[in-house]
Design a protein around this ligand. Structure first.
Ligand code: UTP
Length: 473
Protein backbone atom coordinates (compact mmCIF):
# COMPACT_ATOMS: atom_id res chain seq x y z
CA UNK A 1 0.00 0.00 0.00
CA UNK A 2 1.28 3.48 -0.85
CA UNK A 3 1.94 5.54 2.27
CA UNK A 4 1.28 9.29 2.36
CA UNK A 5 5.06 9.87 2.38
CA UNK A 6 5.51 7.75 -0.77
CA UNK A 7 2.63 9.55 -2.42
CA UNK A 8 4.10 12.97 -1.63
CA UNK A 9 7.47 11.88 -3.07
CA UNK A 10 5.82 10.64 -6.26
CA UNK A 11 3.77 13.82 -6.59
CA UNK A 12 6.86 15.98 -6.15
CA UNK A 13 8.65 13.97 -8.86
CA UNK A 14 5.94 14.67 -11.41
CA UNK A 15 5.55 18.38 -10.58
CA UNK A 16 2.26 18.11 -8.69
CA UNK A 17 3.28 20.58 -6.00
CA UNK A 18 -0.25 21.99 -5.75
CA UNK A 19 -1.47 18.57 -4.61
CA UNK A 20 1.40 18.18 -2.16
CA UNK A 21 0.42 21.53 -0.62
CA UNK A 22 -3.24 20.58 -0.66
CA UNK A 23 -2.67 17.24 1.07
CA UNK A 24 -0.45 18.92 3.67
CA UNK A 25 -3.13 21.48 4.55
CA UNK A 26 -5.49 21.35 7.50
CA UNK A 27 -8.46 19.75 5.81
CA UNK A 28 -11.21 17.25 6.61
CA UNK A 29 -9.67 13.77 6.82
CA UNK A 30 -12.39 12.49 4.47
CA UNK A 31 -11.22 14.84 1.70
CA UNK A 32 -7.56 13.94 2.21
CA UNK A 33 -8.39 10.24 2.12
CA UNK A 34 -10.57 10.62 -0.96
CA UNK A 35 -7.92 12.50 -2.94
CA UNK A 36 -5.13 10.17 -1.76
CA UNK A 37 -7.19 7.12 -2.73
CA UNK A 38 -7.80 8.47 -6.25
CA UNK A 39 -4.12 9.32 -6.66
CA UNK A 40 -3.20 5.87 -5.37
CA UNK A 41 -5.01 4.32 -8.34
CA UNK A 42 -2.90 6.22 -10.86
CA UNK A 43 0.51 5.04 -12.02
CA UNK A 44 2.15 8.37 -11.15
CA UNK A 45 5.57 7.41 -12.56
CA UNK A 46 3.97 6.69 -15.92
CA UNK A 47 1.79 9.80 -15.69
CA UNK A 48 4.86 11.90 -14.97
CA UNK A 49 6.42 10.70 -18.24
CA UNK A 50 3.24 11.56 -20.12
CA UNK A 51 2.98 15.00 -18.54
CA UNK A 52 6.50 15.77 -19.78
CA UNK A 53 5.74 14.41 -23.24
CA UNK A 54 2.24 15.78 -23.85
CA UNK A 55 2.15 18.97 -21.77
CA UNK A 56 5.36 20.41 -20.39
CA UNK A 57 7.57 19.63 -23.42
CA UNK A 58 4.96 18.95 -26.07
CA UNK A 59 6.05 18.95 -29.70
CA UNK A 60 3.68 17.46 -32.32
CA UNK A 61 5.14 14.23 -33.68
CA UNK A 62 6.27 14.52 -37.29
CA UNK A 63 4.55 11.87 -39.40
CA UNK A 64 7.05 9.18 -40.21
CA UNK A 65 7.22 7.10 -43.35
CA UNK A 66 6.03 7.27 -46.92
CA UNK A 67 2.33 8.09 -47.10
CA UNK A 68 0.20 6.79 -49.97
CA UNK A 69 -3.58 6.42 -50.30
CA UNK A 70 -4.86 3.17 -48.80
CA UNK A 71 -6.33 0.52 -51.11
CA UNK A 72 -9.99 -0.21 -50.56
CA UNK A 73 -12.85 -2.33 -51.84
CA UNK A 74 -14.75 0.30 -53.80
CA UNK A 75 -18.54 0.34 -54.05
CA UNK A 76 -18.52 -0.15 -57.80
CA UNK A 77 -15.45 -2.43 -57.76
CA UNK A 78 -15.21 -5.76 -59.48
CA UNK A 79 -15.38 -8.02 -56.42
CA UNK A 80 -17.84 -10.71 -55.57
CA UNK A 81 -20.21 -8.94 -53.20
CA UNK A 82 -22.81 -11.70 -53.36
CA UNK A 83 -20.38 -14.36 -52.23
CA UNK A 84 -19.03 -12.25 -49.32
CA UNK A 85 -22.60 -11.41 -48.38
CA UNK A 86 -23.49 -15.09 -48.21
CA UNK A 87 -20.43 -15.80 -46.04
CA UNK A 88 -21.25 -12.91 -43.72
CA UNK A 89 -24.85 -14.09 -43.44
CA UNK A 90 -23.59 -17.52 -42.42
CA UNK A 91 -21.60 -15.97 -39.58
CA UNK A 92 -24.60 -14.00 -38.36
CA UNK A 93 -26.93 -17.02 -38.63
CA UNK A 94 -24.48 -19.08 -36.62
CA UNK A 95 -24.65 -16.42 -33.82
CA UNK A 96 -20.92 -15.74 -34.19
CA UNK A 97 -21.32 -11.95 -34.40
CA UNK A 98 -21.79 -9.48 -31.54
CA UNK A 99 -22.49 -5.76 -31.72
CA UNK A 100 -20.11 -3.48 -29.89
CA UNK A 101 -20.95 0.17 -29.29
CA UNK A 102 -18.60 2.68 -27.74
CA UNK A 103 -20.71 5.04 -25.67
CA UNK A 104 -18.32 6.25 -23.01
CA UNK A 105 -17.64 9.70 -24.49
CA UNK A 106 -18.63 12.94 -22.80
CA UNK A 107 -20.57 14.33 -25.76
CA UNK A 108 -19.46 17.81 -24.80
CA UNK A 109 -20.03 19.29 -28.27
CA UNK A 110 -23.65 18.18 -28.34
CA UNK A 111 -24.23 19.77 -24.94
CA UNK A 112 -26.91 17.23 -23.98
CA UNK A 113 -27.45 16.56 -20.31
CA UNK A 114 -27.21 12.77 -20.30
CA UNK A 115 -25.47 9.93 -22.13
CA UNK A 116 -25.40 10.66 -25.86
CA UNK A 117 -27.14 7.36 -26.61
CA UNK A 118 -30.25 8.65 -24.83
CA UNK A 119 -30.47 11.62 -27.21
CA UNK A 120 -33.74 11.73 -29.20
CA UNK A 121 -32.22 11.48 -32.65
CA UNK A 122 -34.68 9.96 -35.11
CA UNK A 123 -36.15 12.49 -37.49
CA UNK A 124 -39.88 12.07 -36.85
CA UNK A 125 -40.52 10.14 -33.65
CA UNK A 126 -37.43 11.38 -31.78
CA UNK A 127 -36.32 7.88 -30.90
CA UNK A 128 -33.17 7.73 -28.76
CA UNK A 129 -29.99 6.56 -30.47
CA UNK A 130 -29.92 3.47 -28.24
CA UNK A 131 -33.48 2.61 -29.33
CA UNK A 132 -32.56 2.87 -33.02
CA UNK A 133 -29.70 0.38 -32.57
CA UNK A 134 -31.81 -1.90 -30.37
CA UNK A 135 -34.45 -2.09 -33.11
CA UNK A 136 -31.74 -2.82 -35.67
CA UNK A 137 -30.50 -5.69 -33.51
CA UNK A 138 -34.00 -7.02 -32.86
CA UNK A 139 -34.83 -6.94 -36.56
CA UNK A 140 -31.50 -8.58 -37.48
CA UNK A 141 -32.01 -11.34 -34.92
CA UNK A 142 -35.38 -12.04 -36.48
CA UNK A 143 -34.09 -11.82 -40.05
CA UNK A 144 -31.21 -14.24 -39.43
CA UNK A 145 -32.87 -16.31 -36.70
CA UNK A 146 -29.82 -15.68 -34.50
CA UNK A 147 -28.77 -14.21 -31.19
CA UNK A 148 -26.75 -11.02 -31.52
CA UNK A 149 -25.43 -9.98 -28.11
CA UNK A 150 -24.79 -6.29 -27.64
CA UNK A 151 -21.80 -4.98 -25.65
CA UNK A 152 -21.92 -1.31 -24.71
CA UNK A 153 -18.89 0.51 -23.37
CA UNK A 154 -19.72 3.28 -20.94
CA UNK A 155 -17.50 5.36 -18.68
CA UNK A 156 -17.72 6.01 -14.94
CA UNK A 157 -19.32 9.34 -15.90
CA UNK A 158 -22.36 7.83 -17.63
CA UNK A 159 -22.48 4.14 -16.67
CA UNK A 160 -25.33 4.29 -14.15
CA UNK A 161 -27.40 6.69 -16.25
CA UNK A 162 -26.99 4.43 -19.31
CA UNK A 163 -27.99 1.28 -17.46
CA UNK A 164 -31.01 2.99 -15.88
CA UNK A 165 -32.12 4.23 -19.29
CA UNK A 166 -32.16 0.68 -20.64
CA UNK A 167 -33.97 -0.62 -17.56
CA UNK A 168 -36.59 2.17 -17.78
CA UNK A 169 -37.23 1.25 -21.42
CA UNK A 170 -37.31 -2.48 -20.81
CA UNK A 171 -34.18 -2.90 -22.91
CA UNK A 172 -36.18 -1.72 -25.95
CA UNK A 173 -37.50 -5.24 -26.38
CA UNK A 174 -34.12 -6.97 -26.28
CA UNK A 175 -33.39 -9.79 -23.86
CA UNK A 176 -31.54 -8.08 -20.99
CA UNK A 177 -29.29 -11.13 -20.70
CA UNK A 178 -27.90 -10.36 -24.15
CA UNK A 179 -27.01 -6.74 -23.41
CA UNK A 180 -23.85 -6.14 -21.41
CA UNK A 181 -22.50 -2.81 -20.18
CA UNK A 182 -18.92 -2.34 -19.09
CA UNK A 183 -16.88 0.68 -18.12
CA UNK A 184 -13.76 2.05 -19.74
CA UNK A 185 -10.95 3.63 -17.74
CA UNK A 186 -10.32 7.31 -17.07
CA UNK A 187 -7.30 9.58 -17.14
CA UNK A 188 -6.68 12.65 -15.00
CA UNK A 189 -7.36 15.92 -16.86
CA UNK A 190 -4.27 18.15 -16.82
CA UNK A 191 -3.73 21.89 -16.76
CA UNK A 192 -2.57 22.69 -20.31
CA UNK A 193 0.17 25.08 -19.18
CA UNK A 194 1.62 23.46 -16.07
CA UNK A 195 0.65 19.80 -16.41
CA UNK A 196 -0.94 19.91 -12.97
CA UNK A 197 -3.72 17.42 -12.31
CA UNK A 198 -6.97 19.40 -12.08
CA UNK A 199 -9.51 18.92 -9.32
CA UNK A 200 -13.20 18.64 -10.15
CA UNK A 201 -14.10 19.66 -6.57
CA UNK A 202 -12.35 19.52 -3.18
CA UNK A 203 -12.95 15.76 -2.96
CA UNK A 204 -12.36 14.61 -6.56
CA UNK A 205 -9.74 14.75 -9.26
CA UNK A 206 -11.01 15.93 -12.65
CA UNK A 207 -10.91 12.94 -15.00
CA UNK A 208 -11.88 12.15 -18.57
CA UNK A 209 -12.64 8.79 -20.22
CA UNK A 210 -9.45 7.38 -21.74
CA UNK A 211 -10.74 7.50 -25.33
CA UNK A 212 -12.50 4.87 -27.47
CA UNK A 213 -9.12 3.15 -27.72
CA UNK A 214 -9.63 2.31 -24.05
CA UNK A 215 -12.03 -0.30 -25.41
CA UNK A 216 -9.38 -3.00 -25.91
CA UNK A 217 -8.33 -3.09 -22.28
CA UNK A 218 -11.88 -2.53 -21.00
CA UNK A 219 -13.25 -5.42 -23.07
CA UNK A 220 -10.67 -7.68 -21.51
CA UNK A 221 -10.65 -6.61 -17.85
CA UNK A 222 -14.44 -6.29 -17.66
CA UNK A 223 -14.97 -9.91 -18.64
CA UNK A 224 -16.87 -8.92 -21.80
CA UNK A 225 -14.32 -10.73 -23.94
CA UNK A 226 -14.59 -13.89 -21.84
CA UNK A 227 -18.37 -13.67 -22.18
CA UNK A 228 -18.00 -13.47 -25.97
CA UNK A 229 -15.81 -16.55 -25.97
CA UNK A 230 -18.33 -18.48 -23.89
CA UNK A 231 -21.02 -17.58 -26.39
CA UNK A 232 -18.88 -18.57 -29.38
CA UNK A 233 -18.64 -15.02 -30.72
CA UNK A 234 -15.87 -14.69 -33.33
CA UNK A 235 -16.18 -11.10 -34.54
CA UNK A 236 -17.58 -7.80 -33.32
CA UNK A 237 -19.48 -5.29 -35.39
CA UNK A 238 -18.15 -2.00 -33.97
CA UNK A 239 -19.94 1.33 -34.24
CA UNK A 240 -20.15 4.59 -32.34
CA UNK A 241 -23.16 5.66 -30.37
CA UNK A 242 -23.64 8.85 -32.37
CA UNK A 243 -24.24 7.43 -35.84
CA UNK A 244 -27.89 6.34 -36.22
CA UNK A 245 -27.16 5.07 -39.74
CA UNK A 246 -24.56 2.51 -38.66
CA UNK A 247 -25.71 -0.93 -39.86
CA UNK A 248 -25.70 -3.01 -36.70
CA UNK A 249 -24.59 -6.05 -38.69
CA UNK A 250 -23.59 -5.82 -42.33
CA UNK A 251 -23.19 -9.26 -43.92
CA UNK A 252 -21.11 -8.02 -46.88
CA UNK A 253 -18.63 -6.20 -44.67
CA UNK A 254 -18.44 -9.02 -42.12
CA UNK A 255 -17.93 -11.53 -44.92
CA UNK A 256 -15.07 -9.47 -46.38
CA UNK A 257 -13.51 -8.97 -42.96
CA UNK A 258 -13.58 -12.65 -42.06
CA UNK A 259 -12.91 -14.26 -45.45
CA UNK A 260 -11.14 -11.92 -47.90
CA UNK A 261 -7.63 -13.22 -48.60
CA UNK A 262 -6.13 -9.80 -47.91
CA UNK A 263 -7.77 -9.61 -44.47
CA UNK A 264 -6.47 -11.34 -41.35
CA UNK A 265 -9.97 -11.10 -39.87
CA UNK A 266 -8.54 -8.95 -37.10
CA UNK A 267 -9.47 -5.34 -37.80
CA UNK A 268 -11.37 -4.06 -40.83
CA UNK A 269 -12.89 -0.67 -41.54
CA UNK A 270 -15.47 1.14 -43.62
CA UNK A 271 -14.79 4.40 -45.43
CA UNK A 272 -16.78 6.99 -47.36
CA UNK A 273 -15.47 9.29 -50.08
CA UNK A 274 -14.48 12.53 -48.38
CA UNK A 275 -16.87 15.47 -48.89
CA UNK A 276 -13.98 17.92 -49.37
CA UNK A 277 -10.21 17.92 -48.92
CA UNK A 278 -10.58 19.62 -45.53
CA UNK A 279 -13.43 17.54 -44.14
CA UNK A 280 -12.65 16.82 -40.50
CA UNK A 281 -12.41 13.05 -40.69
CA UNK A 282 -9.42 10.75 -40.40
CA UNK A 283 -8.11 9.31 -43.68
CA UNK A 284 -7.09 5.73 -44.43
CA UNK A 285 -3.52 5.81 -45.68
CA UNK A 286 -0.81 3.37 -46.48
CA UNK A 287 2.28 4.28 -44.47
CA UNK A 288 5.29 2.25 -45.56
CA UNK A 289 2.96 -0.52 -46.70
CA UNK A 290 0.81 -0.59 -43.56
CA UNK A 291 -2.81 0.59 -43.47
CA UNK A 292 -3.58 3.19 -40.86
CA UNK A 293 -5.77 6.20 -40.17
CA UNK A 294 -4.14 9.61 -40.18
CA UNK A 295 -6.16 12.16 -38.23
CA UNK A 296 -7.29 15.19 -40.22
CA UNK A 297 -5.19 17.47 -38.03
CA UNK A 298 -2.04 15.40 -38.75
CA UNK A 299 -2.57 15.06 -42.51
CA UNK A 300 -0.07 17.19 -44.46
CA UNK A 301 -2.15 19.78 -46.36
CA UNK A 302 -0.40 19.17 -49.70
CA UNK A 303 -1.37 15.49 -49.50
CA UNK A 304 -4.95 16.22 -48.39
CA UNK A 305 -5.36 18.47 -51.46
CA UNK A 306 -3.75 16.07 -53.95
CA UNK A 307 -6.02 15.31 -56.92
CA UNK A 308 -6.20 12.26 -59.21
CA UNK A 309 -6.40 12.61 -63.01
CA UNK A 310 -10.19 12.29 -62.87
CA UNK A 311 -10.45 15.19 -60.39
CA UNK A 312 -11.19 13.08 -57.32
CA UNK A 313 -9.16 13.44 -54.13
CA UNK A 314 -6.16 11.11 -54.00
CA UNK A 315 -6.59 10.70 -50.23
CA UNK A 316 -10.30 10.09 -50.47
CA UNK A 317 -10.95 7.37 -47.91
CA UNK A 318 -12.62 9.10 -44.96
CA UNK A 319 -13.03 7.09 -41.77
CA UNK A 320 -16.55 6.80 -40.35
CA UNK A 321 -15.54 4.76 -37.32
CA UNK A 322 -17.28 1.56 -38.37
CA UNK A 323 -15.16 -1.54 -37.94
CA UNK A 324 -15.26 -5.30 -37.73
CA UNK A 325 -12.92 -6.65 -35.07
CA UNK A 326 -11.94 -10.25 -34.42
CA UNK A 327 -12.29 -11.45 -30.84
CA UNK A 328 -8.82 -13.04 -31.03
CA UNK A 329 -7.33 -9.68 -32.00
CA UNK A 330 -8.31 -8.20 -28.63
CA UNK A 331 -6.36 -10.94 -26.82
CA UNK A 332 -3.36 -10.24 -29.03
CA UNK A 333 -3.47 -6.51 -28.24
CA UNK A 334 -3.99 -6.66 -24.51
CA UNK A 335 -1.57 -9.47 -23.78
CA UNK A 336 1.44 -7.84 -25.43
CA UNK A 337 2.85 -4.56 -24.03
CA UNK A 338 4.45 -3.91 -27.43
CA UNK A 339 0.96 -3.40 -28.80
CA UNK A 340 0.02 -0.72 -26.25
CA UNK A 341 -1.84 2.02 -28.11
CA UNK A 342 -0.33 5.50 -28.00
CA UNK A 343 -2.03 8.41 -26.25
CA UNK A 344 -3.19 11.48 -28.13
CA UNK A 345 -3.58 14.87 -26.56
CA UNK A 346 -6.74 16.94 -26.96
CA UNK A 347 -7.06 20.53 -25.77
CA UNK A 348 -10.47 21.06 -24.12
CA UNK A 349 -12.36 23.33 -21.76
CA UNK A 350 -12.54 21.66 -18.36
CA UNK A 351 -14.18 23.29 -15.33
CA UNK A 352 -11.96 22.89 -12.27
CA UNK A 353 -11.70 23.71 -8.60
CA UNK A 354 -8.98 26.34 -8.23
CA UNK A 355 -7.12 25.59 -5.00
CA UNK A 356 -5.56 29.06 -4.87
CA UNK A 357 -8.95 30.81 -4.63
CA UNK A 358 -11.06 27.94 -3.28
CA UNK A 359 -13.61 28.26 -6.10
CA UNK A 360 -14.75 26.42 -9.19
CA UNK A 361 -13.65 28.10 -12.42
CA UNK A 362 -15.52 27.58 -15.70
CA UNK A 363 -13.04 28.52 -18.44
CA UNK A 364 -14.12 30.19 -21.68
CA UNK A 365 -10.97 29.00 -23.52
CA UNK A 366 -9.33 25.58 -23.72
CA UNK A 367 -7.43 25.17 -20.48
CA UNK A 368 -6.85 21.45 -20.18
CA UNK A 369 -5.14 18.54 -21.86
CA UNK A 370 -7.07 15.31 -22.04
CA UNK A 371 -5.12 12.17 -22.87
CA UNK A 372 -7.02 9.65 -24.98
CA UNK A 373 -6.38 6.48 -26.95
CA UNK A 374 -8.02 5.95 -30.34
CA UNK A 375 -9.45 2.64 -31.44
CA UNK A 376 -8.16 3.05 -35.00
CA UNK A 377 -4.59 2.90 -33.73
CA UNK A 378 -5.28 -0.82 -33.55
CA UNK A 379 -5.45 -1.04 -37.36
CA UNK A 380 -1.69 -1.15 -38.06
CA UNK A 381 -1.37 -3.88 -35.42
CA UNK A 382 -3.47 -6.27 -37.51
CA UNK A 383 -1.51 -8.64 -39.73
CA UNK A 384 -3.67 -7.64 -42.75
CA UNK A 385 -6.36 -4.98 -42.54
CA UNK A 386 -8.91 -4.17 -45.24
CA UNK A 387 -11.01 -1.08 -45.93
CA UNK A 388 -14.39 -1.20 -47.69
CA UNK A 389 -16.20 1.74 -49.23
CA UNK A 390 -19.78 2.50 -48.33
CA UNK A 391 -22.27 5.17 -49.35
CA UNK A 392 -22.23 8.24 -47.13
CA UNK A 393 -26.01 8.70 -46.95
CA UNK A 394 -26.54 5.01 -46.28
CA UNK A 395 -24.23 4.76 -43.30
CA UNK A 396 -23.11 8.10 -41.95
CA UNK A 397 -25.45 10.55 -40.22
CA UNK A 398 -23.42 11.60 -37.17
CA UNK A 399 -24.88 13.57 -34.27
CA UNK A 400 -21.83 15.36 -32.88
CA UNK A 401 -22.71 19.03 -32.61
CA UNK A 402 -25.72 21.04 -31.44
CA UNK A 403 -25.81 23.00 -34.72
CA UNK A 404 -24.09 23.13 -38.13
CA UNK A 405 -22.07 20.26 -39.59
CA UNK A 406 -22.61 16.79 -38.10
CA UNK A 407 -25.44 18.17 -36.00
CA UNK A 408 -28.85 16.91 -35.02
CA UNK A 409 -30.29 18.92 -37.88
CA UNK A 410 -27.91 17.59 -40.53
CA UNK A 411 -28.36 14.03 -39.24
CA UNK A 412 -32.15 14.30 -39.52
CA UNK A 413 -31.89 15.60 -43.11
CA UNK A 414 -29.66 12.61 -44.01
CA UNK A 415 -32.12 10.24 -42.31
CA UNK A 416 -34.99 11.59 -44.47
CA UNK A 417 -32.82 11.38 -47.57
CA UNK A 418 -31.97 7.73 -46.94
CA UNK A 419 -35.59 6.84 -46.26
CA UNK A 420 -36.60 8.66 -49.45
CA UNK A 421 -34.03 6.75 -51.52
CA UNK A 422 -35.21 3.42 -50.10
CA UNK A 423 -38.82 4.29 -50.91
CA UNK A 424 -37.91 5.52 -54.41
CA UNK A 425 -36.14 2.23 -55.05
CA UNK A 426 -39.41 0.50 -54.10
CA UNK A 427 -41.33 2.64 -56.61
CA UNK A 428 -42.77 5.30 -54.25
CA UNK A 429 -42.88 8.83 -55.72
CA UNK A 430 -41.01 11.22 -53.42
CA UNK A 431 -41.52 15.01 -53.52
CA UNK A 432 -38.23 16.86 -53.98
CA UNK A 433 -37.42 20.58 -53.83
CA UNK A 434 -35.67 22.48 -56.64
CA UNK A 435 -32.28 21.77 -55.03
CA UNK A 436 -33.03 18.03 -55.02
CA UNK A 437 -33.56 17.67 -51.28
CA UNK A 438 -36.58 15.74 -50.00
CA UNK A 439 -39.70 17.86 -49.47
CA UNK A 440 -40.93 15.69 -46.59
CA UNK A 441 -39.69 14.25 -43.32
CA UNK A 442 -39.56 10.46 -43.48
CA UNK A 443 -38.59 7.91 -40.86
CA UNK A 444 -38.39 4.17 -41.47
CA UNK A 445 -38.02 2.05 -38.36
CA UNK A 446 -35.35 -0.68 -38.56
CA UNK A 447 -38.19 -3.01 -37.55
CA UNK A 448 -39.76 -2.33 -40.97
CA UNK A 449 -36.61 -2.41 -43.08
CA UNK A 450 -32.88 -2.84 -42.49
CA UNK A 451 -32.12 -2.23 -46.17
CA UNK A 452 -34.11 -1.16 -49.26
CA UNK A 453 -34.77 -4.79 -50.28
CA UNK A 454 -36.71 -5.38 -47.05
CA UNK A 455 -39.38 -2.93 -48.30
CA UNK A 456 -40.48 -5.40 -50.99
CA UNK A 457 -42.74 -7.14 -48.45
CA UNK A 458 -44.17 -3.88 -47.01
CA UNK A 459 -47.44 -2.21 -48.00
CA UNK A 460 -46.30 1.17 -49.33
CA UNK A 461 -48.14 4.25 -50.61
CA UNK A 462 -47.74 5.19 -54.32
CA UNK A 463 -46.45 8.61 -53.39
CA UNK A 464 -45.73 10.98 -50.52
CA UNK A 465 -47.30 14.45 -50.39
CA UNK A 466 -45.02 17.50 -50.47
CA UNK A 467 -44.37 18.74 -46.94
CA UNK A 468 -45.68 15.51 -45.36
CA UNK A 469 -44.32 13.90 -42.21
CA UNK A 470 -44.27 10.13 -42.60
CA UNK A 471 -43.30 7.30 -40.26
CA UNK A 472 -43.12 3.64 -41.26
CA UNK A 473 -43.01 1.53 -38.11
P1 UTP B 1 -16.22 11.56 -29.96
O1 UTP B 1 -14.80 11.59 -30.38
O2 UTP B 1 -17.18 12.22 -30.86
O3 UTP B 1 -16.30 12.15 -28.49
O4 UTP B 1 -16.62 10.07 -29.70
P2 UTP B 1 -17.53 12.41 -27.55
O5 UTP B 1 -16.98 12.32 -26.18
O6 UTP B 1 -18.72 11.55 -27.86
O7 UTP B 1 -17.99 13.89 -27.86
P3 UTP B 1 -17.24 15.28 -27.63
O8 UTP B 1 -15.94 15.21 -28.37
O9 UTP B 1 -17.05 15.42 -26.13
O10 UTP B 1 -18.19 16.26 -28.18
C1 UTP B 1 -16.88 9.19 -30.76
C2 UTP B 1 -17.44 7.92 -30.15
O11 UTP B 1 -16.51 7.34 -29.26
C3 UTP B 1 -17.10 7.18 -27.98
C4 UTP B 1 -18.23 8.17 -27.92
O12 UTP B 1 -19.20 7.80 -26.95
C5 UTP B 1 -18.73 8.13 -29.35
O13 UTP B 1 -19.53 6.98 -29.55
N1 UTP B 1 -16.08 7.46 -26.95
C6 UTP B 1 -15.31 8.56 -27.03
C7 UTP B 1 -15.94 6.55 -25.93
O14 UTP B 1 -16.65 5.53 -25.86
N2 UTP B 1 -15.00 6.82 -24.99
C8 UTP B 1 -14.21 7.91 -25.02
O15 UTP B 1 -13.37 8.07 -24.12
C9 UTP B 1 -14.37 8.81 -26.08
Amino acid sequence: MTTMTDLITQLEACHQHHLVDYLSKVMPESARKAIAAQLGEIDLDQLGIMIEKYVRNYTPAASAGKIAPAQYYSLDGDWDKASFKAKGEELIRASKIACFTVAGGQGSRLGYDGPKGCYPASCVTGKPLFAIFAEGILASQEKYDAVIPWYIMTSPLNHDATKSFFAEHDYFGLDAGNVQFFQQGVMPSLDATTGEILLADPMHLATNPDGHGGAFKALSVSGALADMRTRGIEHMSYFQVDNPHAMVVDPVFLGLHAFATDSSGEFSSKMVAKASWDEKVGVFCDVDGVTQVIEYSDMPEELAKQINEDGTLAFNAGSIAIHAIGVGFIDKIVSNPEYALPFHRALKKVAYFDLSIGQTVTPSENNAVKLEKFVFDGIPLAAKSIVAETDRVEEFAPVKNATGNDSVESSKAIQSERAARWLESAGVKIPRKADGTVDAIIEISPMIALCPEDLSSVDLPDSIEPGATVTLE
